[in-house]
Design a protein around this ligand. Structure first.
Ligand code: THU
Length: 139
């Protein structure tokens, strides 16, 4: 199966990732991330990164979005948009998802799940999950 999303879905997803980024909680790193996750039915769940003084409990924006969606009963996903960079600044780099978030994506998504990395609404890269996490672990 090849997942495709149309231009307006992609634009909306990127917009929602930037909106979610505004809610970041990152007093330790000062790095703000937002993510917006599109379900197979077209619903969007968003998330920001949420840090913790003990560091370890920190949750990435991508996992916030996934855990919100999965805990609401969602199991089928098409794409996620991610926007990240130093807080208070427009991102100048693409924020690639960390390994833990890639593994969480692989738990719930097919190889052709789309990962959209955005610096701006019209400046983005698109990868399949297979490209970002080949030969992933599963049981
Ligand atoms: N972070 C994310 O939200 N997503 C990632 O994929 C990588 C890192 C967050 C976690 C932490 O709050 C900050 O970025 C710096 O690592």
């Amino acid at each position: 199966m090849v997942i495709r999303i149309d231009g307006s879905d992609r634009e909306e997803l990127i917009r929602r990732a930037f909106q979610a980024r505004e809610l970041f909680y990152a007093p330790y790193s000062g790095y703000a991330v937002g993510a917006a996750l599109l379900t197979a039915e077209g619903k969007i769940y968003s998330g920001c990164n949420i840090e913790n003084a003990a560091y370890g409990p920190t949750n990435c924006a991508e996992r916030t979005a996934f855990f919100k969606a999965v805990s609401e009963g969602e199991r089928h996903f098409k794409a996620i948009a991610i926007a990240g960079g130093p807080a208070g600044k427009v991102p100048t780099e693409y924020a690639y998802p960390c390994g833990v978030c890639r593994q969480v994506m692989s738990e719930f998504c097919d190889k052709d799940f789309l990962v959209i990395l955005a610096k701006a609404e019209a400046d983005y890269e698109v990868y399949s999950l297979e490209e970002l996490l080949p030969k992933s672990f599963s049981l």
